[in-house]
Design a binder for this molecule. Structure first.
Ligand code: HEM
Ligand code: HEM
Ligand code: FE2
Length: 449
C-alpha cells in the first residue's frame, strides 16, 4: 500500500462482506422456503425474503465497487484521496440506508418494482451517497495522474449514478414502467457496470502480470467499445413482450447476441496477459479469482444469457427458472467474483502482510464456484422442464412446480456448498494470517509498479 488514504478501502470491503454474508443466509432461507412453502410464511413471507436477498446483493456489490475505486485510484492517480473522511461518512450513510431499508421491508414498507423496492427517501439517500463518492473521486483525479483505467472507472461510476435516476420515474402505464425499469437494471449490468468490471480487471492485470500499461489499455478500449455497442441496444431483449413495437424483437435479438463479445474478449484478455508475462505474482489466490471471474462472467452472462436472448426462444423461456439460472451465474461470475479478486489482491497490502491464507482462499474459490455452477445447472434443467410442461404442453403453473421440486432441493444443496465456501473465504480474508509469508516466492517475480 503506497498511500495512506487507500486504507478506507478496508472498511468498504468489510462492510461489503458483512452484507454478502447476509445475502447468502437469506438466499439459503429463500431456497428452503421453495421446498418447504410454509416455513416462516406468517412471520416473513417469501417476497420479503427474496427482496432482502436481491437488495443486499446490489448494495454489497456497489459498496465493493466503491472500495475498489478508493483502493486503486490513489495508486493510479499517484496521489492521496481528496478526502478519506468524506469517504468514511459516505460508507456510514450507505450502510445506515441499507439497514433502514431492510428493517422497513420486515415491516412491509417497500415500493413495487423488483430490485428498486427502496422507499423514495432511501433512493434519495443513495443519490447523496453517489454524489459524495463522485465528488471525492473526481477531485482526486483532477489533482492526480489520469489513466485510461481511472477514466473508464469514473465514466462507469457516473453512469451508475445517472441511470439510477430513472428509478425515480415510475409511470402508471405498465409498459412504460417496465421500459424505464430496464434503463436501470439492464443498462447497469449490461452497460456501465461492465465498465467498472473491465477497469478493475485491467488494474489487477497490470499489477499482477506487469504487462505494459499501453497493451492493457488497448484491450480495455476494445472491451468497453464492444460492451457499449452491443449493450445499449441490447436492452431490446427485454422489450419483446411488454407492449413495445415488434421491431424490438429484431433489434433486441441482434444486439444482445453481440453482448457475448465483450465477455469473450475479457477471457482472452486475462489469459493473454498472464500467458504473455510469464511472471507469477505471489498472490496466487488473487490470480485465480481474476482469471476465474473472466471465465464465469463469460459463461454466466455470455453463454447463459445467449441461451434465452433470441426472441423466438425467449417467447418460451421468459420468466422461468432459466432466467433464475442465468441471473445467478451472471451476477456471481461477473460482479461478485471481481469483488473477491480485488479484495484478495488488496487485503494483504491493507493489512501490511505478505499474501496470507492462500490455500484456504483457493479452497473457498472451488467451493463457491463449484456450488454456483451446480446451482446453475440444476436450475437450467428445472427451467427447461418447466418451459416444456408449462409453455408447450400448457400444464398448470403449480402442477409444474411440483414436478420440478427435486431440482429445488438440489438448488438448496448447492446453496449449502456455496455457504461453506463463503465461510472459508471470509475466514481466509479477515481471520488470523496463518503464515507470515508464502512457502516460496518464485524467483522470477518482480513487484509491478
Ligand atoms: C453480468 C451481466 C449480466 C447480469 C448480472 C445479468 C442478470 C440478469 C438478471 C438478474 C435477469 C433477470 C431479471 C428479472 O428479474 O427479470 C436477467 C434477464 C435476462 N438476461 Fe441477463 N444478465 C447479464 C448479461 C446478459 C447477457 C450478456 C445476455 C445476452 C447475451 C443476457 C440476457 C438476458 C435475457 C434475455 C434476460 C430476460 C430473461 C427473461 O425473459 O425472463 N443477460 N439477466
Ligand atoms: C446460498 C446460495 C443461494 C441460494 C440458495 C439462492 C436462492 C435464491 C432464490 C430461492 C431466489 C428466488 C428465485 C425465484 O424467485 O424464483 C433467488 C433470487 C436471486 N438470487 Fe439467489 N441464491 C443464492 C446465492 C446467490 C448469489 C451468490 C447471487 C449473486 C451473486 C444471487 C443472486 C440472485 C438474483 C440476482 C436473484 C433474482 C433472480 C431473478 O430475478 O431471476 N443469489 N436466489
Ligand atoms: Fe438485459
Amino acid at each position: 500500500m503506497k498511500y495512506e488514504s487507500q486504507k478506507v478501502a478496508l472498511w468498504y470491503f468489510a462492510a461489503a462482506m458483512g452484507l454478502f454474508a447476509v445475502q447468502i443466509l437469506v438466499g439459503l432461507l429463500a431456497g428452503a422456503v421453495y421446498v418447504m412453502p410454509n416455513l416462516l410464511s406468517e412471520l416473513v413471507p417469501f417476497n420479503i425474503i427474496r427482496m432482502i436477498h436481491t437488495n443486499a446483493l446490489i448494495v454489497w456489490l456497489l459498496i465493493g465497487f466503491f472500495g475498489a475505486a478508493y483502493y486503486l485510484i490513489p495508486e493510479e492517480a499517484e496521489t492521496e484521496l481528496h478526502s478519506p473522511t468524506l469517504a468514511l461518512v459516505q460508507l456510514g450513510l450507505f450502510v445506515f440506508g441499507a439497514l433502514a431499508a431492510v428493517v422497513g421491508y420486515l415491516f412491509r414498507i417497500y415500493e413495487g418494482r423488483e430490485f428498486l423496492e427502496q422507499p423514495t427517501w432511501i433512493k434519495a439517500a443513495i443519490v447523496v451517497v453517489a454524489l459524495m463518492f463522485l465528488y471525492n473521486i473526481t477531485l482526486t483525479l483532477i489533482k492526480g495522474r489520469r489513466t485510461v483505467i481511472t477514466n473508464i472507472l469514473l465514466v462507469g461510476m457516473w453512469g451508475i449514478a445517472i441511470f439510477f435516476l430513472f428509478s425515480f420515474y415510475n409511470p402508471s402505464n405498465l409498459a412504460l414502467d417496465k421500459m424505464y425499469w430496464w434503463y436501470v437494471v439492464h443498462l447497469w449490468v449490461e452497460g456501465v457496470w461492465e465498465l467498472v468490471l473491465a477497469s478493475i480487471l485491467a488494474f489487477l492485470m497490470i499489477k499482477m502480470t506487469g504487462v505494459d500499461r499501453e497493451i492493457v489499455e488497448k484491450w480495455l478500449y476494445a472491451i468497453v467499445g464492444l460492451a457499449l455497442f452491443s449493450g445499449i441496444l441490447g436492452t431490446g431483449h427485454h422489450y419483446y413482450w411488454i407492449g413495445t413495437p415488434g421491431y424490438w424483437q429484431w433489434i433486441g435479438s441482434i444486439f444482445s447476441a453481440l453482448e457475448v463479445a465483450p465477455f469473450f474478449t475479457m477471457v482472452v484478455f486475462a489469459f493473454m496477459m498472464v500467458w504473455k508475462s510469464g511472471r507469477r505474482h505471489p498472490n496466487k489466490a488473487a490470480m485465480l479469482w481474476s482469471l476465474g471471474c473472466s471465465v464465469f462472467a463469460f459463461f454466466g452472462a455470455g453463454v447463459w444469457g445467449f441461451l434465452h436472448t433470441l426472441a423466438p426462444i425467449n417467447y418460451y423461456t421468459h420468466g422461468t427458472q432459466v432466467t433464475a439460472a442465468h441471473g445467478h451465474l451472471a451476477f456471481f461470475g461477473a460482479y461478485a467474483m471481481i469483488n473477491f479478486a480485488i479484495i484478495t489482491y488488496a487485503m494483504p497490502y491493507l493489512r501490511g502482510r505478505q499474501p496470507y491464507n492462500q490455500l484456504l482462499n483457493m479452497w473457498s474459490f472451488w467451493l463457491m464456484c463449484g456450488g454456483m455452477a451446480f446451482m446453475t445447472f440444476v436450475l437450467t434443467v428445472a427451467g427447461v422442464v418447466q418451459t416444456h410442461l408449462q409453455r408447450v404442453l400448457g400444464m398448470d403453473y403449480m402442477e409444474v412446480q411440483e414436478q420440478i421440486a427435486l431440482f429445488y432441493w438440489m438448488r438448496l444443496g448447492a446453496g449449502v456448498i456455496v455457504g461453506v465456501g463463503v465461510v472459508l473465504f471470509l475466514y481466509s480474508i479477515f481471520g488470523p494470517a496463518r503464515e507470515e509469508r508464502p512457502a516460496s516466492i518464485p524467483t522470477n517475480y518482480q513487484p509491478a509498479e
